[in-house]
Design a protein around this ligand. Structure first.
Ligand code: ARG
Length: 460
């Protein structure tokens, strides 16, 4: 006899290498809790519908609880010969309570079972990740609140562009992570759908009650179509896409933190607890965490493209290819949750070097737009003002000066429209506060944005 749960029609033992190659237990053991949760609901439904006796349902329930507690205590050793988490658990259940355990799989297939496990797993993780995003947003908001007077150069093309409040820069990330949380919450309604009851692909001959199972497991709906129920991995692709966007946002923040921590910038200093040293260069303090997050973004993108490619052209319904949906998803969850957890604390503990930011702002031409606007205010067409200020900046560069160093006579060489008030116009505070439009960097606008973000966070 072939010692498999499905051994009946086989005449030979499975080749050892085939067993190893096709088994998923090494990684899908991560679904143990979900698998048991789904089985508990399924068994309860079988009993309620009279498909199995109430006593059998109860025996199965108790058996599953025993298996679960053994797994939690690490007392169960999973076996490759039993292929995956579903069959490992079923085998242990039968060992625990005898042949009656074999009734659990009535009216069910591993195809709708594994899909259910994945929905349960991702549902829980998505809620956790949204919560982590909110915590990261809170940490960024706290830093923003401490920096509503901190002026820093704003960049385009990584060239000094216009001065902004550092708080404004941080709040941009609060918006980005807010969209990420929003996207995940939207995907929840497609995750929280029950596949169980689809059977292998066509439904089942037993008088099951899918809606009861859905209710037991807290699913909002059941899949409409049994083929779709077992074939659908859209919800995982969608999760990987959302995760990719989050990692992309984290990688942009990482890149900025790495730049800002460099000697050339010295805008921020990451806490010692979040950096590492060099084995040879004693002076080094390396921003390893943001560097690794930047790097790990690649593997998450890879998992997205990987799963899309697995699913491409795959005929309905279940195909073994689909077992490849798991490792990428688990790795993405791990990578993302690890990054978010570290980022929250790293942002909260980072030191902002306000003086150094100020020094940078004082030594650039990021107020040039504002004198152009000044001349426009005096009636000069913008295009001409742009040309005049371009020449003024060139004069400064050639003479080793910044705009605020010029005397009024020097200004007047470029236009007679200049007067004393130009010195106030050029001050970084004036420049920042001049951008007093909704969503702009003027202090009142940034304070209002912080307040809106805080209210939004409280609401969720
Ligand atoms: N380990 C499988 C997976 O993860 C479970 C479903 C297997 N179903 C089957 N008929 N082989 O996809």
């Amino acid at each position: 006899v072939v010692s498999k749960l499905w051994g009946g029609r086989f005449t030979k033992q499975t080749d050892r290498l085939v067993e190893e190659y096709t088994a998923s237990i090494t990684f899908d053991k991560e679904l143990a809790e979900e698998d048991i949760e789904g089985s508990l609901a399924h068994a309860a439904m079988l009993g309620k519908q009279g498909i199995i006796s109430a006593e059998d349902a109860e025996a199965i329930r108790e058996g599953l609880l025993k298996v679960r507690s053994k797994i939690r205590k690490g007392e169960i050793e999973f076996s490759i010969a039993d292929e995956d988490i579903h069959m490992n658990i079923e085998k242990h259940l039968i060992e625990e309570i005898g042949p009656v355990g074999g009734k659990l799989h009535t009216g069910r297939s591993r195809n709708d079972q594994v899909a259910t496990d994945m929905h349960l797993y991702l549902r829980r993780r998505v809620v956790e990740i949204v919560d982590q995003l909110h915590k990261l947003q809170s940490a960024l908001i706290e830093q923003a609140k401490a920096n509503t007077d901190t002026i820093v150069p704003g960049y385009t093309h990584l060239q000094r562009a216009q001065p902004i409040l550092f708080a404004h820069h941080l709040m941009a990330y609060v918006s980005m992570f807010g969209r990420d949380a929003d996207r995940l919450m939207d995907s929840y309604k497609r995750i929280n759908v029950l596949p169980l009851g689809a059977g292998a692909l066509a439904g089942t001959t037993f008088p099951i009650d899918r809606h009861f199972v859905a209710e037991q497991l807290g699913f909002d709906r059941v899949y409409e179509n049994s083929l779709d129920a077992v074939s659908d991995r859209d919800f995982i692709v969608e999760f990987l896409a959302h995760a990719s966007l989050i990692m992309m946002h984290l990688s942009r923040l990482s890149e900025e933190l790495i730049l800002w921590s460099s000697t050339e910038f010295r805008f921020v200093e990451l806490d010692d607890a979040f950096c590492t040293g060099s084995s040879i260069m004693p002076q080094k303090k390396n921003p390893d965490v943001p560097e690794l997050v930047r790097g790990k973004t690649g593997r998450v993108y890879g998992h997205l493209v990987g799963l899309l490619t697995v699913l491409k052209s795959l005929p309905l319904a279940y195909n073994k290819d689909m077992q490849e949906d798991k490792e990428g998803m688990f790795d993405t969850v791990r990578t993302l949750q690890g990054a978010l957890q570290l980022f929250e604390r790293m942002i909260a503990t980072m030191t902002v070097n306000k003086d150094r930011m100020r020094e940078a702002v004082n030594q650039d031409f990021s107020n040039a737009t504002d004198i152009a606007d000044f001349l426009v205010g005096k009636g000069m067409p913008f295009r001409q003002a742009h040309e005049v200020i371009g020449k003024t900046v060139l004069y400064c560069i050639r003479n080793g000066k910044f705009l605020l160093d010029l005397t009024l006579d020097e200004f007047k060489q470029f236009s007679q429209l200049f007067d004393e008030s130009i010195y106030d116009v050029l001050k970084p505070e004036t420049v920042v506060n001049a951008r007093d439009v909704y969503g702009g960097t003027a202090k009142p606008q940034v304070l209002a944005a912080i307040e809106r973000a805080e209210r939004e966070l409280e609401r969720t």
